[in-house]
Design a protein around this ligand. Structure first.
Ligand SMILES: Nc1ncnc2c1ncn2[C@@H]1O[C@H](COP(=O)(O)OP(=O)(O)OP(=O)(O)O)[C@@H](O)[C@H]1O
Ligand SMILES: [Mg+2]
Length: 379
């Protein structure tokens, strides 16, 4: 029995009034026509990571249109190699506010970050085809999603850092006690450097893993650029912190509450490179970019297995659409070798022909999914 999702239940979520599936840790393929509800199912799984899920949607948008209750609920049962972990997450929607809560083993958790103790989720969506052209914040978010899945406490560091940056801006914009500001700046600098270091560690691990893997996908290289990265790679810890503080304190420009510190991990630029071609990822073809993303996420799946504390699960929405038969076959073979539970979607069952021995097939129809005996389906 390998680790993975053993069962998933949806109530009042998107196009599903109530839905249940029991893949027992095996790979899952959802196929079905456009709008059938395949991505909705992967989105449900992605909400077992801290954050807003793979669509970053509003909680109200995820509430089933015909649902009468003001909430949706998702339940999951995960096998971690030793026993079953039961998690649930609920979206509470009222005209005044929306909030998402989570429970483990039937007990409320304080924050959604607690989910990262149990799960390690990585995903690719068609929207991520634009990743290499998007603004820096989208690329940072991609890296941070990986960090959240890989390192214990990473999600907490991110939340704390965001809160501190907000506090810094607020204090800095009004009349302030120098002592008070100084105290916040010390915290910003310490956490800013710690977060930068964790991100750098993640990029080294990923680059090493991509370099070592015998893969048919092109080798990608991830580079993090920024002032805080520069400080860490140039100076010893104490000196780096001192210089970080100097830059923070030296902000002369007029500040309002929306101004952010002039240095720190919120300013990092994340660059991707196609190693074999020696060109930046944004100059690659659409198919090459998809392959680069797959190379990153497959290497990441191996890292999740080696370093992650949560149950590793990979979600690949429409990942085979642009791939030719050879590349598709390679993808399925690599998923099999990595041995991390993977959920794939696509419109045509035939696109998954070469995966027939390594996954369970489900035909997604509005509001439900029917398991298909693959041998019969491919006759
Ligand atoms: N809150 C909601 N309540 C009810 N239905 C919803 C809700 N949100 C989205 N839907 C419906 O879910 C369907 C889209 O589901 P989904 O994106 O999962 O489809 P898909 O199978 O992935 O399609 P494609 O192949 O085009 O990607 C649409 O028909 C949409 O109207
Ligand atoms: Mg879809």
């Amino acid at each position: 029995m390998r680790p993975g999702v053993y069962s998933l239940t949806l109530q009042n979520f998107r196009s599903y009034e109530s839905f249940s599936i029991e893949p027992m840790g095996e790979n899952v393929i959802f196929f079905g026509e456009n709008g059938a509800g395949k991505t909705n199912l992967l989105e449900a799984l992605s909400l077992f990571a801290p954050g807003r899920g793979l669509r970053r949607a509003r909680l109200a948008d995820m509430l089933h249109h015909k649902g009468h209750a003001p909430k949706w609920q998702l339940d999951i049962s995960l096998f971690n190699g030793h026993g079953l972990i039961n998690l649930s997450t609920t979206g509470h929607i009222s005209p005044q506010k929306e909030r998402r809560t989570c429970e483990s083993f039937g007990k409320s958790e304080k924050t959604l970050n607690a989910l990262a103790k149990y799960t390690a989720l990585g995903w690719i969506t068609p929207q991520m085809d634009r990743l290499f052209f998007e603004g820096a914040s989208v690329r940072r978010r991609f890296i941070d999603q990986l960090g959240t899945a890989l390192f214990t406490g990473y999600a907490d560091m991110l939340s704390q850092y965001d809160n501190l940056v907000e506090e810094w801006s607020k204090v800095r914009s009004g009349p302030f006690e120098p002592q008070w500001l100084k105290a916040i700046e010390v915290q910003v600098a310490t956490l800013g450097l710690n977060l930068t270091e964790k991100r750098l560690q993640l990029s080294y691990l990923l680059n090493d893993k991509i370099g070592q893997r015998a893969s048919n996908f092109p080798k990608a290289q991830i580079l993090l650029q920024g002032e805080s990265e520069q400080l860490i790679s140039t100076y010893p810890q104490a000196q780096a912190e001192e210089m970080y503080l100097k830059t923070l304190a030296g902000t002369l420009a007029a500040l309002d509450e929306t101004s952010t510190p002039p240095i720190g991990p919120h300013k990092t630029n994340v660059l991707f490179h196609h190693v074999d071609k020696n060109i930046p990822a944004n100059l690659c073809s659409t198919g090459e970019q998809k392959s680069l993303l797959l190379a990153i996420v497959l290497a990441f799946a191996e890292l999740m297995k080696e370093y992650g504390t949560g149950v590793p699960v990979l979600l690949l929405d429409e990942a085979v659409a642009h791939l030719d038969t050879t590349r598709r076959t390679h993808l399925f073979e690599e998923i099999k070798d990595i041995n991390v539970q993977t959920w794939l979607t696509g419109t045509e069952m035939l696109s998954f022909k070469e995966a027939q021995t390594m996954a369970r097939f489900f035909h997604v129809l509005p509001g439900k999914a029917e398991e298909v005996e693959v041998k019969r389906g491919f006759l």
